[in-house]
Design a protein around this ligand. Structure first.
Ligand code: ATP
Ligand code: MG
Length: 210
């Protein structure tokens, strides 16, 4: 019995090894085919949790390679977040510039003029980063809302992104991305909202939600 079992195991191991070899051949062929080197536009959208954290995760990944990064947050909540606090603590060490929209964006847009001015000011920082040859990665966190609510001009945003330095990558996050953003993006991840603990009554937690 024991002998039979170990033979089966050997057979399984052999099968596994063959399957992995076939998989590796497919992966290697894919790697071989992808040879273009240029910056890309990444759009992280959808209603699920993980858009801003993904954007910041990529910034930290790039910083680990010593890349110059820029971050503009288009909606600044009233609560401070761990990712921004940490970024600010690293400022002396890390090659990163950070800007947040000056005022708390009002969802009910009681004061459209004030929000528009804040959006324009934040966009001026984004534009500068998008024109800077030395910046390799630009995160435009929650930019989607500025376009959805027309605080920024779509054509201006698109043409500035298109005219950026060739090697520069741009990450755009936020829900409800307009079709034009889907169009300009090279990589789109749409995060679905399958479950969120908040809906089961779990309070937002520091280090997890902000
Ligand atoms: P995160 O910052 O955690 O990556 P996000 O950027 O994908 O989240 P936003 O739409 O910007 O999500 O909302 C930010 C806040 O709302 C976070 O505290 C997050 O936990 C919470 N949140 C995100 N998605 C949901 C959801 N589907 N239901 C309830 N709360 C959510
Ligand atoms: Mg977010």
């Amino acid at each position: 019995m024991r002998q039979w079992e170990s033979e089966m195991e050997e057979q399984d191991k052999q099968k596994h090894s063959e399957r992995m070899q076939r998989k590796k051949a497919v992966v290697d062929a894919g790697i071989e085919k992808a040879q273009i080197e240029r910056g890309i536009v990444i759009l992280i959208t959808g209603n699920g949790k993980g858009k801003t954290t993904s954007g910041f995760g990529t910034v930290y990944r790039a910083l680990g390679h010593g890349h110059q990064c820029g971050v503009v947050q288009f909606i600044k909540g009233t609560q401070s977040t761990g990712e921004v606090t940490f970024l600010q603590q690293c400022m002396g060490l890390a090659t990163v510039q950070y800007h947040a929209m000056a005022t708390g964006f009002t969802w009910n847009t009681q004061n459209w003029d004030a929000d528009k001015a804040a959006a324009d000011e934040a966009w001026s920082h984004a534009r500068r980063l998008l024109q800077d040859e030395s910046v390799q990665l630009v995160l435009l966190d929650e930019l989607t809302y500025m376009l959805k609510y027309k605080f920024l001009d779509m054509e201006d945003v698109l043409s500035t992104i298109r005219a950026r330095p060739e090697g520069q990558t741009v990450i755009i996050t936020g829900r409800a991305a307009r079709p034009e953003l889907h169009e300009i993006a090279d990589t789109i991840s749409e995060i679905a909202d399958r479950k969120h603990a908040y809906k089961a009554g779990v309070k937002a937690q520091p280090g997890i939600d902000f």
